[in-house]
Ligand binder design. Structure first.
Ligand code: PFF
Length: 452
């Protein structure tokens, strides 16, 4: 797949399919397969699921549209987009929230991505055990404590660096086009396998049967954070990607397609994990280690378990790469376009910052495990601050800005591709951006700090 350059040297995705595949490539990753099941597990299953889906559709899609409008309409990074649309104000400072969030996320995300490399290679070389009942937690501890995660984190970040140094679209676009459908097929196959597990009914009930009494402020905040995290929203990532869209990309359709596919992958992951959790007598509340502890049990029941496991963790590793590449773009385009650094220098500096954060988070599972702030290790703190605070705040600012401060004609031009397509949802979209999204996010914040 080729990419083209426009006159101010910004790359443009060559095809609509490439643009959607890359956007979905950013959205689909560890957030769906690792983070969604563990968040759902600790927040009561069905209660979390219903809040999460409501937020994806009521808040996620409108905010995704607003990032697309700003990104493609200005062909700029998050700072440039705010500045071009409102040169006389300080809205562009919201870009710093985006950069902070992207660094925090890259830091803990690369540790988990490092685990996927460890699990992939251990399955390949026959070290991952699939046959005794002690495999779950014990095996996870064996593979991921001490200095080992540090090494895998560094290796993962090195892979990320080499992809980034190669340019924007080439590698990422090509890889996403092939990998995402493959990962999807594999998930469907595992899902079908779930039907055969004795805990299938219980697992599905846990995930889909909401107990409304379990909807607490922390469930609401967790589901909101998960919706933003999973859609790569609120930090300018989708804005940056939209700046590479061509002028004939129906933004509304791209937003809905991305949200639907992304949620589908999360639901598939849930259908794979929870039946296994109940079949093997595990606890859904294991937290960040849940998926890594449960998956070996699932593979142990499949013929050729080691092969499935190797393939699955390989694809998960590659899906993580398409996500980390997209989050790294935020700081790289900032340095390139705001500081006028070369792409190479910008990539090196961004990667070094990511490496520092990654090391701190990796050590949270070893030498720094006793070091906690507000009861959280660096790993959990970085996750909490970015997903539950920075992303919703960034999304709230973006939605207020697009709803109230951008000319309605500009919004219409973007959503209709300059009048080429009809977009009957313009009024509801603007209504959501003006009222629904900011109010909902604000109320959830007040609620979570105990004010309402
Ligand atoms: N959406 C990605 C996932 O679900 O794994 C994570 C992510 C990517 C968050 C890019 C933020 C971002 F900018």
């Amino acid at each position: 797949m080729k990419s083209t350059q426009n006159n101010n040297e910004r790359a443009i995705f060559a095809t609509k399919f490439g643009a959607i595949a890359t956007t979905v490539g950013s959205a689909v990753g560890l957030g769906n397969i690792w983070r969604f099941p563990y968040e759902a597990g600790i927040h009561g299953g069905g209660a979390f699921m219903i809040c999460y889906l409501a937020f994806v559709f009521l808040i996620g899609i409108p905010v995704l549209c607003s990032e697309f409008i700003m990104g493609r309409g200005t062909r700029s990074n998050i700072f440039g987009a705010y500045r071009k649309l409102r040169p006389d104000h300080n809205w562009h400072l919201a870009g710093y929230i985006g950069i902070l969030a992207s660094i925090l996320i890259l830091s803990f995300y690369s540790v988990v991505a490092g685990w996927t490399i460890e699990y992939c290679l251990s399955s390949l070389f026959g070290q991952l055990k699939f046959s005794n009942t002690e495999i779950g937690h014990g095996q996870f501890i064996e593979l991921t404590t001490g200095w080992r995660p540090v090494i895998w984190t560094v290796i993962f970040l090195a892979c990320n660096f080499f992809i980034l140094i190669g340019g924007v679209t080439k590698g990422i676009e090509r890889a996403s086009n092939i990998l995402m459908p493959l990962l999807f097929l594999l998930l469907i196959a595992f899902c079908i396998n779930s039907f055969t597990l004795p805990g299938f009914k219980e697992g599905v009930k846990f995930l889909f049967h909401p107990d409304f009494s379990k909807i607490t402020p922390s469930v609401l905040l967790g589901a909101l954070g998960q919706a933003f995290f999973s859609l790569s929203l609120g930090l300018g990532c989708m804005m940056t990607y939209a700046s590479y869209f061509n002028n004939d990309n129906r933004l509304g359709k791209t937003a809905v397609t991305t949200a639907v596919l992304d949620s589908l992958v999360a639901i598939l992951a849930g259908i794979i994990i929870f039946p296994a959790v109940f079949s093997f007598g595990l606890s859904p509340e294991a937290g960040p280690t849940l998926v890594f502890e449960v998956l070996p049990y699932i593979f142990s029941k499949l013929p050729g378990g080691a092969i499935w496991s190797t393939l699955f963790f390989l694809l998960l590793f590659l899906a993580s790469l398409t996500s980390t590449v997209s989050m790294s773009e935020i700081s790289i385009t900032y340095f390139c376009e705001e500081k006028r650094w070369s792409r190479k220098k910008s990539t090196v500096v961004s990667s070094l910052i990511g490496l520092a954060g990654g090391l701190i988070c990796a050590l949270s599972f070893g030498p720094l495990s006793d070091f906690t702030i507000f009861g959280m290790t660096f790993f959990s703190l970085f996750d909490y601050l970015s997903s539950n605070i920075c992303l919703p705040v960034g999304g709230m600012i973006c939605s207020i800005f697009t709803g109230w401060f951008i000319d309605r004609k500009f919004v219409k031009t973007q959503m209709t591709d300059n009048g080429k397509y009809r977009f009957p949802m313009l009024r509801p979209l603007v209504f959501c951006l003006r009222w629904v999204c900011p109010t909902a996010i604000f109320l959830i914040f007040l609620n979570s700090i105990g004010i309402i």
